[in-house]
Design a binder for this molecule. Structure first.
Ligand code: SAJ
Length: 401
């Protein structure tokens, strides 16, 4: 089995590496020559614990190679980004370009899979594109959609062990795609059609966004009511049928804060809760920034001096070094702009240095600060003793116990 992965990003590269490790001959294609060069040199250009070692192994054995152009293979996987154009309208032009690039290589019996998060109907559109260019391949190739569901930070485990949803344009295509994923997936491979599989991906992340929005809304209500939201949620969750997620300083990363817009763009009238959840989660970050600025102004009025403020955490979620689409980064930037006279110390214990933010050691910042703002519940922060002499804004639930 030879597979050609179109796109060596946060999902394409790990999947290519794991597929190669499980016996598939892989060529990974990327439009960025630096990515190709780095990958062939055994260097990971993305952040994922443990993945670089596996990359080096499969490069050394010759099971994976990166290239700027696709090669004739048995399976083609489209794993390119689907960004937005304009105001949150999904742009499938990269999926289309990657598809066009492999169309001339397709031959009877081949498998074509889209993994990129895509609007519903994209697989059918690409099917039409392929058969428009190569009508002689009708009913002779297999086409399917199979979304990934791995959690950044736990990709090596989840790529192999998660269940997956596989939707072919025909039952035969689904079966053929299942055969492919069986090389490296131990989880159950669930059969469906391509539209349902596309929708399933969008719904999974939207569901989590809506649930987090509920927790974030509760945190705003509790702040006004003078109730500890962490205690409240933990008590409510003792009910056998209640399972509330945790509030935070907003929703970040590249998936949960993005995918709901795909549904909202396509189904604007129906997607009421989904759109509102996006608003609530975005508002929560704004609210955290305002609350911090207000606390800084109050401190100045009461103490007749500027406070030292520790902004604790920049990552988009706890215990990772990934700062992409991070609400903590947004809040820190906003506070620096709005309260630029305060002495602000920025902390991210999982990152050594940053080209925009000057970082301070977390213990030093905590000791020096008058106001401590917890934005991310990193494990390191949980070990800091609670100090009553400091003003603590715990948006992340570091001290929730
Ligand atoms: N968050 C909260 N409260 C919570 C849980 C999370 O505020 O109770 C925040 C996090 O701090 C973070 C954001 O939500 O800012 C997203 O974090 P996450 O851990 O929920 O998810 P991601 O973005 O790292 O990965 C998600 C996963 N999707 C689901 O859990 C439904 C993952 O399985 C997907 O593969 C991934 O999106 C993706 O690529 O789509």
């Amino acid at each position: 089995m030879k597979a050609c992965f179109m796109g060596l990003g946060y999902i394409g590269l790990p999947t290519a590496i794991i597929a190669a490790k499980h016996g598939i001959e892989v060529v990974g294609v990327d439009v960025n020559p630096e990515v190709v060069e780095k990958t062939n040199a055994g260097k990971l250009h993305i952040i994922e614990p443990g993945m670089e070692e596996v990359l080096q192994e499969v490069i050394k054995d010759g099971r994976l190679k990166a290239s700027g152009t696709p090669e004739v293979s048995d399976a083609y996987l489209i794993v390119v980004p689907t960004p937005f154009k304009g105001n949150h309208d999904p742009d499938i032009s990269y999926v289309e370009a990657a598809t066009r690039a492999v169309v001339p290589l397709l031959k009877a019996g081949d498998l074509f899979i889209i993994e990129s998060t895509s609007p519903v109907g994209t697989t059918e559109k690409m099917t039409q594109l392929i058969f428009g260019e190569r009508p002689e391949l009708k009913e002779k190739i297999f086409i399917a959609y199979c979304p990934e569901r791995v959690l950044p930070g736990n990709v090596i485990y989840e790529l192999v062990n998660n269940d997956r949803v596989i939707g072919g344009i025909t039952p035969e295509s689904t079966d053929k795609a299942i055969e492919f994923y069986s090389y490296f997936v131990k989880g159950i491979l669930h059969k469906t059609n391509s539209k349902t599989a596309e929708m399933c991906k969008l719904v999974e992340n939207s569901s989590r966004d809506v649930q987090i929005a509920f927790a974030n809304e509760l945190s705003l209500i509790c702040d006004k009511a003078g109730i500890n939201v962490w205690e409240l949620i933990s008590l409510a969750n003792k009910h056998p049928r209640v399972n509330i997620l945790l509030p935070g300083c907003g929703v970040g990363g590249h998936c949960i804060a993005v995918d709901p817009y795909f549904l909202a763009a396509e189904f604007p009238i129906e997607s009421q809760i989904i759109s509102k959840a996006r608003e609530i989660n975005n508002y929560k970050s704004f609210w955290c920034a305002e609350k911090t600025v207000n606390e800084i102004m109050r401190f100045e009025l009461e103490n007749h001096r500027k406070p030292t403020v520790a902004m604790m955490g920049l990552a988009f979620k706890p215990n990772i070094d990934d700062l992409r689409e991070s609400p903590a980064k947004y809040i820190t930037t906003k506070v620096m702009q709005r309260a630029n006279s305060a002495h602000i110390l920025i902390v991210e214990p999982n990152v050594e240095e940053h080209n925009v933010f000057k970082l301070t050691n977390y213990q030093e910042a905590y000791d020096k600060a008058d106001i401590v703002v917890f934005l991310v519940a990193h494990n390191q922060f949980k070990e800091l003793p609670y100090r009553k002499d400091k003003i603590i804004l715990d948006f992340a639930g570091v001290y929730k116990k």
